[in-house]
Design a protein around this ligand. Structure first.
Ligand code: CTP
Length: 400
């Protein structure tokens, strides 16, 4: 049993909403705390009273209720949950989730969350088979949304086919499986680097790069979600600190290396930072003044953090993982880089202009290890983080 997990159950419109009452009972019986959001359409099928009696909590309904917002804002609702479960998930709510519409409490909570989301679709067979629904689901799954069902069978509308919501028992089992599989790194420690480094030229100027830090932050978050005690060492980014992660903010490559070494020993090291290869050899204490001559900068090479943390020794993590940002001969260059740096896995990605990888939302990874290359489909950086954390968990548990 997974005691103490908090499920935010979102009940959208559809006849299957009546099954959500049984789902609440099952989840509670398995030791989970269940808090409910009922959409306006959902409230035509079940009453808030029956839901709150079963969940032993109040039911949240209206985004614009000032009392609700002051008692428990939509951000807080998703922040307090370990999993957001949409059951039933109507075709309408799936479309809204895909496009990022946030016109009521349920969709706002779903857009504002960084927590895992599971959907149990329920709709008429034609709506299910419509390319719009299929496309919406494909996009959501690519973003890491989990799905349970639908089942095939008789429908309330008198038709037969796919679209029936999975049985509450099956949904509760999927929730339990998710919680069990999602803590596979409990007891492990991870250090992740992220973002750019900034190398001072003088007290006001610096050399940096366009890394957004999104990939490294997503990896740290995914490792923490899997239960790893995670330290994120990051250069300056515009991102909020991910929840459940210890974050150390640094500027230069030298500072980043020192912070990583201090965070060791660890079981897992992931170097996702875009570390500046060079720094200015000597920085003046004062701002360099414009005096008619153009200053030249003498650069010296920065320490290679990945190569340093890959060196054999007592402190070496069991799994050291790097990235290879390449613009040509991606696999060949990345394979050579893996050998040169001495890390276990290298995640190669094409960062050529036009791919949108550097600073963008998605990534296409080729994972290279001692056995060869594993090609991953293009996915969001969050989904890459989740898949990597999953693979790390599988590898470390196999080796135990
Ligand atoms: N890296 C690092 N420290 C450095 C340079 C790179 O830890 N000083 C890490 C990156 O975090 C990444 C990997 O090394 O995991 C490869 O980075 P990349 O920029 O692709 O390669 P470089 O080593 O910088 O080589 P080049 O720029 O010549 O391709």
């Amino acid at each position: 049993m997974n005691k103490g997990k908090r499920v935010l159950l979102i009940v959208s419109g559809g006849i299957a909403a009546y099954k959500s009452l049984e789902l609440i009972r099952l989840l509670k019986g398995r030791g989970h705390a269940v808090r409910c959001i009922l959409t306006r359409a959902g409230s035509r099928f079940v009453t808030p009273l029956s839901m709150s009696s079963l969940s032993e909590d109040r039911v949240y309904e209206d985004l614009f209720s000032l009392t609700d917002e002051s008692e428990m804002g939509h951000i807080q609702l998703s922040r307090d949950a370990d999993l957001l479960l949409v059951a039933p998930a109507s075709a309408d709510i799936l479309a809204k989730m895909r496009t990022g519409l946030a016109d009521d409490l349920a969709t706002t909570a779903l857009l504002a969350t960084d927590k895992p989301v599971m959907v149990a679709p329920a709709m008429n067979v034609r709506m299910w088979e419509h390319p719009a629904t299929q496309e919406n689901l494909a996009v959501l799954e690519q973003r890491g949304v989990l799905r349970v069902g639908p089942d095939e069978g008789d429908m309330a509308c008198g038709e037969w086919g796919y679209g029936r919501m999975a049985e509450p028992q099956a949904i509760a089992d999927a929730v339990d499986r998710f919680f069990q599989s999602s803590r596979r790194l409990a007891g492990k420690r991870a250090v992740v680097t992220s973002g750019p480094t900034v190398e001072a030229i003088d007290p006001v100027r610096y050399i940096a790069n366009r890394s957004s830090g999104r990939q490294g932050h997503a990896i740290a978050k995914a490792l923490a979600d899997q239960g790893a005690e995670t330290v994120l060492v990051t250069g300056p980014t515009a991102l909020p600190d991910p929840s459940g992660v210890e974050v150390i903010h640094v500027g230069s490559a030298v500072e980043m290396l020192a912070a990583c070494e201090q965070a060791l020993p660890a079981d897992i090291v992931v170097c996702a930072a875009a570390v500046s290869d060079w720094r200015v050899s000597e920085q003046p204490d004062q701002k360099i003044k414009k005096n008619g001559t153009v200053p030249s900068l003498l650069l010296v090479e920065n320490p290679d953090i990945l190569a340093t943390l890959s060196k054999p020794g007592n402190d070496r993590a069991k799994l050291v993982i790097g990235f290879a940002a390449e613009t040509t001969d991606v696999i060949a260059n990345a394979t050579a880089k893996r050998g040169k740096k001495g890390c276990d896995w290298i995640l190669a990605n094409d960062v050529s202009p036009g791919t949108g990888t550097f600073g963008g939302d998605s990534n296409t990874i080729h994972l290279i290890d001692a056995h060869g290359v594993e090609d991953w489909p293009t996915m969001s950086k969050e989904a890459v983080g989740a898949r990597l954390a999953q693979k790390i968990a599988e590898t470390l548990t196999r080796e135990q």
